[in-house]
Design a protein around this ligand. Sequence first.
Ligand code: INI
Length: 156
Amino acid sequence: MHVIQGQLSAEGKSFGIVISRFNSLVTSQLLNGAIDCITRHGGASESITVAYVPGSFEIPQAAMAMAASGTYDALICLGCVIRGETPHFDYIAGEVTRGLGQIALQTGVPLGFGILTTENLAQALERAGAKGGNKGWDAALSAMELLQVQSQLKKH
Ligand code: INI
């Protein structure tokens, strides 16, 4: 039996992080979580590049450029879309999710999805370093694990 499992290690790997400035109160905490996760798993802070974009709608465009550059072993995308009084939320949340899914499949670059989609600010803050954990940390860990799974699949 062959079992392929990703080691949780960031040693020697380079990471590209795309972060939205919109709702920066929340996204800055997601960024702290992602960086903390990478460095506590052996990654070097010099191997992390952070690209800021205006809002979540722009995240896929920057992520695509980073993925196409071939410079990064894995990408982590961080954003926060909070529901308002209009259908705007649904369009942005749908586009960023669809766009990042496409980039992940088309480029094969491991991509951690750290986009919060919440009903209100309290729910977002809960998931950005409070009782709901830190989804930036989780996205970094997922990208790292997938990167290691892919490298084992290539060797297998
Ligand atoms: N961008 C977000 O990241 N989160 C939001 O909640 C949000 N809302 O609600 O409007 C948001 N809008 C900006 C959007 O992502 C683009 O930056 C903007 O439309 C310019 O293209």
